[in-house]
Design a protein around this ligand. Structure first.
Ligand SMILES: [Zn+2]
Length: 443
């Protein structure tokens, strides 16, 4: 029987990953991501998708980012009752990210409420934990998870029947990350579906640590408050690790504040799972000793009134589209002495992107609507991405015993996908294709 692939998102854009694999008569859905970013992409969550939820035999989640799992409680609300598979670390992180997602939907008057905490709870109960390299069998198909090293628990997933093998990369990490150990070698596979977020780029070899040291030195000298908007999963832990390391030097001592419950919960999960990371449990303990935590709204209000520089505040969300960073922006961002430091990708349509573009007149919805002009300086630190660049991706494609025959390039803007398709065909024997959303591909 022929196998086929159909993509419902995360193809021509980096968000909304939902991929249907029909193999050996079984329907498997790999990832259930929300579309995020610009309003027109958000709207895509509302479009009815040509997917019969009741025909899905199992769902496989590659990792806990919302653009890969944020649609899951909605499928539960729509009646999906079969198993969902994920690693233990992904399950822990999904609990945090999905609960936060439901909370954000509830708080944002303008956005649609796709699900609530009840749906999240039911979704998590349907998850069966899988271990890396321990295969399971469903409808005659052998399924195996492997470590992808993008964030904690992230995986690439292989589906195998006699004479056929299909692998989804999920989001793939880097070979030289500050925090994650390298991804596992690619398993034997005929067909590979691979992400291409940075398919047309090489990561800048910028030394993030040196840049951060300069920012701390200036902050101490000029009594600055430094705001670092950071993604709660992975980036926050990486930044806290770098800050803890740097501020151990006597000339770089400065108070470090971690604000927001999601970043705190995720850092605790990372600490418990440090066996899969380059940062030890002891180093995580040092982080907790070193930082001041602001979790509750009373503490936050108190802090905003009383605190002053020099200090560094790490808070979510990473693109300033919500979270406690907005309260800090309002309190500290109107002072020209302070600085806002971006450490990650800022999508079009987000407040982070607006500030990076130099448009300082902001309107934020932080319980009530606030309008003001940001006066602080804007800085950016490159080189901390959790995605492999095109050389990492190619190295991984070649890391197995054989190179896949067919490669589907997904999860990238069109220019990145096309460039990576060419890059793959130039450097391997594989034939590559950039599939389109909603079309059926025989494999
Ligand atoms: Zn991801």
């Amino acid at each position: 029987m022929n196998s086929s692939l159909k993509f419902f998102g995360g193809v021509e854009t980096v968000t909304g990953s939902k991929h249907l694999l029909n193999i050996n008569g079984a329907n498997f859905l790999v990832d259930t991501g929300l579309f995020q970013g610009e309003k027109y992409i958000d709207k895509k969550n509302d479009e009815p998708i040509d997917l019969d939820i009741l025909s899905i035999d199992a769902i496989f989640i590659t990792h806990a980012h919302l653009d890969h799992c944020g649609y899951l409680p909605y499928l539960i609300r729509k009646g999906y009752r079969n198993k969902i598979y994920a690693t233990a670390e992904t399950l822990e992180l999904m609990k945090v990210s999905l609960e936060d997602s439901a909370k954000l939907m509830k708080n944002k008057k303008e956005s649609k409420h796709y699900y609530d905490q009840n749906d999240v709870h039911r979704a998590l109960l349907q998850v069966e934990v899988v271990k890396w390299e321990k295969s399971l069998r469903i409808k005659g198909v052998e399924i195996t998870y492997y470590r992808a090293s993008h964030i904690l628990g992230s995986s690439f997933v292989n589906f195998k029947i006699k004479g056929e093998s299909v692998t989804f990369s999920g989001d793939l990490g880097r070979y030289h990350s500050i925090m994650q150990i390298a991804p596992q070698d690619l398993c034997d596979t005929d067909t590979l579906i691979i992400e291409s977020t940075y398919g047309n780029r090489d990561h800048a070899d910028a030394n993030a640590e040196d840049k951060l040291a300069d920012i701390i030195t200036d902050a101490i000298k000029y009594k600055r408050t430094v705001l670092i908007p950071a993604f709660a999963i992975d980036r926050t832990q990486m930044i806290l690790h770098l800050l803890t390391k740097l501020t151990a030097h006597s000339n770089l001592q400065i108070p470090i504040v971690l604000s927001g419950s999601m970043g705190i919960k995720v850092t605790e999960i990372y600490k418990r799972s440090s066996e899969f990371l380059k940062i030890s449990e002891e180093e995580f303990e040092n982080i907790f000793k070193r930082i001041r935590i602001i979790e509750h709204s009373n503490d936050l209000e108190n802090f905003l009134v009383k605190s002053q520089g020099p200090q560094i505040i790490v808070a979510g969300s990473g693109m300033m589209s919500g979270g406690t960073i907005l309260a800090h922006l309002e309190a500290f961002g109107q002072d020209a002495n302070n600085v806002i430091v971006f450490t990650g990708f800022q999508a079009n349509g987000t407040l982070g992107k607006q500030l990076l573009n130099g448009d300082m007149n902001v309107r934020i919805e932080n319980q009530e609507i606030k309008v003001f002009e940001v006066q602080s300086k804007i800085e950016s630190i490159e080189g901390l991405s959790a995605h492999g660049d095109r050389n990492d991706l190619l190295r991984w494609i070649k890391s197995g015993r054989k190179v896949p025959q067919r490669i589907f390039v997904i999860h990238g803007e069109d220019d990145a996908r096309e460039a990576f398709k060419e890059f793959v065909e130039k450097n391997t024997e594989s034939s590559a294709i950039c599939p389109r959303e909603g079309l059926l591909y025989d494999i």
